[in-house]
Design a protein around this ligand. Structure first.
Ligand code: NAD
Ligand code: GLY
Length: 362
């Protein structure tokens, strides 16, 4: 993929482009089209800053650039991190005409987006995602927020970015464990509604793990296309956007129970998608081949297919009751009728869920 691909997230006056390509951190023209005002605050973390902050700051040398470097990782996706961003904005007299720019993975994107959504009741922000996970999922769609000790992403806001600049060259420095975790979200799109993409992924996991540029380019583009369409159809998750949470109710419970960052988000949702497939089969919604094929692709990717030993079914159920898809005490789960046939289900049998979890967590 030599050239830059541009996709559009079609949201009326909040529409924005997603740029996907190589070496985009240094492509100043992409930023100038979408930066509001002269003042920019770059928010990044202490793994990403030493590699990419200087490059980006020199790309933006015509702007008044400040930066704040947060500690890396899920454990720091907190209101304290948001507060550190506010401190920087206020101390440097940032007004409403500024832009806040997230340079990093999904944690930096979510925290920065939430700071931008709430600072002076909302300022412009740009996503420059540097992990596979953030390039294929979290940078697109405007979900921003932080964790609470009792639940993942419990505090947040919808706030769409002005643009997304996905520089695939940044994936060269990504640790392999993070690459694998990002693939979980890519595989999710195949499992939700694209069986052909799922088959392509089964055939190309090795190339993706070897950072083959053509294969990765296709995976990122295809994922962003799917996400852009779903977000355009249901920006605020009144319906079908919830399909993007396949495996997440179980996965978020795992992340919270183990302590944020013990399992990576992608690892937790991989096990979560396997649990969703297992429960779907136990409930009679799908066949055993669906469960086997779901587990096989995650095994091939080097991701967990079983929940962690140190967690119980009770704890999982307790944490699932805080899920954002609970309405009037009724949880909606994303289940599967087959590969590429995910659906929303709020009338599943609670006893059967308990039985599935009892044998999975034994
Ligand atoms: P992350 O932001 O923690 O990044 C993973 C690790 O990689 C960090 O240690 C980071 O410092 C490092 N890193 C980032 N880019 C790098 C690079 N190019 N080279 C070397 N190291 C690099 O995690 P993530 O997997 O990107 O994102 C996970 C988060 O995204 C979770 O909090 C999850 O809840 C959230 N998420 C949000 C949405 C959404 O719609 N907003 C969707 C999916 C996931
Ligand atoms: N990652 C879930 C969503 O954006 O809706």
């Amino acid at each position: 993929m030599a050239s830059t691909t541009t996709l559009n997230v079609d949201l009326g006056e909040r529409s924005y482009p997603i740029f996907i390509g190589q070496n985009l951190i240094t492509d100043g023209s992409l930023y100038t089209q979408h930066l509001k005002g002269r003042k920019v605050l770059i928010v990044t973390d202490d793994n990403v800053a030493p590699i990419y902050l200087e490059q980006l700051t020199s790309t933006l040398s015509n702007y008044q650039c400040h930066s704040v470097t947060l500690p890396a990782g899920e454990a720091y996706k907190t209101l304290d991190a948001v507060s550190t961003i506010y401190d920087e904005l206020i101390q440097n007299n940032f007004d409403r005409s500024c832009t806040v720019l997230a340079l990093g993975g999904g944690v930096i994107g979510d925290v920065t987006g939430f700071a931008a959504a709430s600072y002076q009741r909302g300022v412009s922000f740009i996503q420059v995602p540097t992990t596979l996970l953030s390039q294929v999922d979290s940078s697109v769609g405007g979900k921003t927020g932080v964790n609470h000790p009792l639940g993942k992403n419990m505090i947040g806001a919808f706030h769409q970015p002005a643009c997304v600049i996905a520089d695939m060259k940044t994936l060269d420095s990504l640790p392999e464990r993070e690459l694998r975790a990002g693939l979980a979200e890519v595989i999710k799109y195949g499992l939700i509604d694209d069986p052909e993409f799922f088959i392509w992924l089964e055939e190309n996991i090795a190339s993706l793990l070897a950072l083959d540029k053509t294969a990765l380019g296709k995976a990122v583009e295809k994922s962003c296309q799917r996400k852009a369409l779903i977000v355009a159809a249901d920006e605020l998750e009144h319906g079908q956007r919830a399909l993007l949470n396949l495996g997440h109710t179980f996965g978020h419970a795992i992340e919270t129970a183990l302590g944020y960052g013990t399992w990576l988000h992608g690892e937790a949702i991989a096990a979560g998608m396997c649990l969703a497939a297992r429960f779907s089969a136990d409930h009679g919604y799908c066949d055993e081949d669906t469960v086997a094929n779901t587990k096989a692709i995650f095994t091939q990717t080097g991701l967990p297919v079983e929940p962690p030993n140190e967690m119980s079914a009770e704890r999982c159920l307790e944490l699932m009751s805080h899920d954002k898809k609970v309405r009037d005490n009724n949880l909606t789960l994303v289940l599967m009728r087959g590969i590429g046939q995910a659906f929303l289900c709020n009338d599943f049998d609670q006893q059967k869920l308990r039985k599935t979890l009892d044998s999975a967590f034994n």
